[in-house]
Structure formats: C-alpha cells, structure tokens
Design a binder for this molecule. Structure first.
Ligand code: UD1
Length: 419
C-alpha cells in the first residue's frame, strides 16, 4: 500500500488541467453493453474505478482496449450475464451494468454491492424501478437476479433523487417496448451527458437535466464515439487547493457552470475567482470567512465536495455549519482533520467547524475517496509534515493528483506505507 508524505505551508502557483470525469465515464462504459457495435470514449482518466469497470465488462464478455486516454469497448452478441462479487464489492458503481444488461439481454445476475464507509447506500430504488418496467427480481445468495421477456415502458417515480439509479433505469428503458416516463430524476451533468450519448446511439430521450425524462423505446442501438466531460469534482478540489494555500492557480479545461454552487460559496468565503469560458483563476488570501454549506442534489452544493470544503473551513475566521443531506455517515474525515488541529463537532448530519489559525502536520488515514482529498488539502496548508495512509481510496477517483500538485509547488511524495 502507498501513502502520501506532504510538507505543507507553501502557496500553490501555476496552471493545471482537469481530467475526464470519473462519474461520467463509468455509466458511459456500461452503456456500451447496450449495443453490439464498438463504442469509443476519449479523455478517459487513469483511475482505479475505470480499471474495475474494465475488468467487469471483460467478465461480461466484452472486449475492452485501452490506448492512452482512449477506450474502445465491443460487446459480443453472446455476452455473459453474471457480474461477480470480487469485482462488484470494490466499486458500488458496478451496479450500473444492471440496467443495460436487463435492457439488452433480458437477464442479469449481479452481486449486491457491499457496505460502504459513507453510509448504507441501498439499491432498492434501482430494483423497484426495474420491476415497474416488468423485470422479475430475486435475491439469491448475495446476488440480484433479474429476468424478463422484453422490458415494457411505464411511469417510474424515484422516491429519492438517485444519480446511478436514474442512469441505470435510463439505460434499461431505451430498448424497452413503448414509452417510459422517469420522474424525480437526478439532474447531474453526468446524467445529462449519458442521455446525450444514448441519443447519439439512436435512443429517443427528452428532458435530461429536468425532473422528468421521457424515453421512447427502440429495437437497436448503434455504437458511439465521445469525448468525456471534465471532472467537476476534481475542478472544485483544485479550486480549494488554490484557496486553502493562499496561492494563485489557473485551472484549465473546465466547465465553470458545473461548479457554480462551489464557486459561489468560495466567493462568499472571500476567495478571489476569475471565471472565463473554459478556465477559472483562483487566488486565496490569509484566512477565508466562515460560510455555511448544505449538500443537495445538483445544482445544489455537491456532497462529493463537502469534505474538501470542510478542510477549507477549518482555517476560516469564525464558525461554519456544514450540513450533509445526501449520505448519513459522511463525516469520517472530521476526526482525521481534528488530528491536525481542526476544531470540529459532529452532531447528526451537521458538522460545526470553528476556524483555527493554523493546522499542524500529523499522521492521518484516508477513509474514503473524497475524505482523502480533504486530507491532502489540509496537509498542503498545514505547517510541518503530514503522512496520509491508505491513499488507494484517492486513486479510485483522482488521476495522479500528486503529479498535478507537485508542478504547482506542492511538496508531495508518494511513498510505500510504513509496515
Ligand atoms: C453518485 C455518485 C457519487 C455521489 C452521489 C451523490 C457515481 C458513480 N457516484 O452515487 O459520487 O456522491 O451520486 O451525488 O456517479 N439511495 C437509496 N436507494 C437507492 C439509491 C440511492 O436510498 O436505491 C439513497 C442513497 O443512500 C443516498 C441518496 O439516495 O442517500 C443518493 O444516492 P445516489 O444519488 O444514488 O448516489 P450514487 O448514485 O450511488
């Protein structure tokens, strides 16, 4: 296992580019199961989750070829239909193959995704929606088994806004018989991009980016060739890196509209931002102002940036309240930040963060993907050396973050974990 060794207290300076969006790539890779034609994705980041999805598609009989930032996926007509436990357990987003498999093959057997550090994260809404489209679902020895004749269009209301749930059922319904109406849908840019790509494959879809998506099922889909959008969570993380170190950096190749909820909060906190068409310049000052944040589905403040924003607020002038409304147990980073001198009190789904003048380096442990990013940010700002263990969590969703931060002046080293 690897760890980061970070010597903090240096303002970051320079230009940095953003990689392709993990949460867009994973559903798009799964969508390749909907056609027997080849599908090509450009701008695919080198991430552990992408490798897991690649292995999963291969286990399902697809050929997956990677050349640099391009991935080509070709699903054979006689695909396997079982997604094994050893792959699914390492990545919850594996559930994204369920919709396309049931949609095209009319059968799927997928291991139930395991528990997850940030909460229970059930898949009941995915299964309920598939049943509404006519699938028979049973649970057998830890596996979800779904079978059907051909799926049939229907109206599906999601009790809760779910990102992968919306994506899964969207993919299942494009090949269903008749019309499907999905209500209370997720509006995330990644859901919108999936709908656009499915349309390029020949699907008939209207309303992505709103609460209601309407799909008219068709018989067959073509392949696609698509460049994936920039990662908005990485963009936000880099913005906070500039702000928290009192640095001055330019983040290139971004879609500013996707991070508006974050840039608005950063401005409230007194961070200087200059937003252009595809770049954002950020300039941090001594200590930010304390601002309150509540996570919500898009276009609200993303839960995936909550931990990173908390790192910034640990150094604020005043006290901020961070309310987590998406996942029930997403404050595991608070205890680690406290080891570096932060003052945080967690009460239910609220974290009360009393800003301190400075953080001090300490040995800390990454507990989940975005929590790891918050520890990196805190370490960049802290005086002294921070040792962050278990950074495999970070490598799931950030492409070579250490190699992006080092040219900006960060002292960050990837080392072997202490025994
Ligand atoms: C996706 C993102 C993840 C992000 C999250 C919220 C991907 C691959 N992952 O995860 O990075 O943090 O959206 O923006 O895109 N829920 C149920 N039953 C279900 C499904 C969800 O109760 O069947 C609940 C969840 O426990 C959670 C809420 O709904 O409380 C939202 O979760 P959801 O949007 O489904 O998250 P993911 O799609 O797993």
């Amino acid at each position: 296992m690897e760890a980061f060794l970070i010597k903090g207290g240096r303002p970051l300076k320079g230009k940095v580019g953003v990689s392709g969006a993990k949460n867009a790539v994973l559903p798009l890779m799964a969508a390749a199961l909907l056609t027997h034609e080849p599908c090509t994705l450009e701008g695919v980041p080198h991430l552990r989750d992408v490798r897991t999805m690649t292995a999963l598609l291969k286990a399902l009989g697809a050929q997956v070829k990677r050349e640099g930032e391009r991935i080509t996926i070709h699903t054979s007509p006689s695909s396997a239909w079982e997604a094994p436990y050893n792959l699914v357990k390492t990545m919850r987003a594996s559930i994204l193959v369920l919709g396309p498999m049931v949609g095209r093959l009319c059968k799927a057997k997928i291991s139930l995704p395991g528990g997850c550090a940030i909460g229970v994260r059930p898949i009941d809404l995915h299964l309920k929606a598939l049943e509404k489209l006519g699938a028979n679902i049973s649970l057998e020895e830890g596996y979800v088994v779904a079978t059907c004749p051909r799926l049939k269009g229907n109206t599906v209301y999601f009790d809760k806004v779910t990102v992968t749930g919306t994506e899964n059922i969207l993919m299942a319904s494009v090949l269903a018989q008749g019309d499907t109406i999905l209500e209370n849908c997720a509006k995330e840019p990644e859901v919108q991009e999936l709908a656009q790509v499915l349309r390029a494959m020949g699907a008939s879809i209207k309303g992505e980016g709103t609460d209601t998506i309407r799909i008219h099922g068709i018989e067959e889909l073509k392949g696609y060739h698509h460049r994936v959008m920039p990662d908005r969570i990485e963009t936000a993380t880099l913005l906070i890196a500039g702000a928290i170190t009192g640095g001055e950096i330019e983040i290139e190749g971004v879609i500013p509209q996707h991070v508006e909820a974050v840039t608005q909060k950063l401005r409230e906190a007194g961070v200087d931002l200059q937003v252009e068409r595809e770049r954002i310049k950020v300039k941090g000052h001594n200590r930010p102002r304390a601002v309150d944040v509540t996570t919500l589905p898009y276009p609200g403040f993303p839960t995936d940036v909550q931990a990173q924003f908390m790192a910034l607020m640990t150094l604020a002038q005043g006290t901020s309240v961070i309310t987590e409304k998406i996942f029930e147990n997403r404050f595991l980073h608070a205890a680690e930040l406290q080891r570096m001198g932060a003052q945080i009190k967690v009460e239910g789904n609220k974290a009360i963060v009393k800003g301190v003048e400075g953080l001090k380096g300490a040995p800390v442990m990454a507990t989940d993907l975005r929590a790891s990013a918050s520890l990196v940010l805190a370490a960049l700002a802290a005086q002294g050396t921070t040792w962050i263990s278990r950074i495999y969590h970070l490598d799931r969703g950030y492409e070579r973050l250490d190699e992006k931060l080092a040219p900006l002046g960060a002292h960050i080293e990837r080392v072997k974990e202490k025994p």
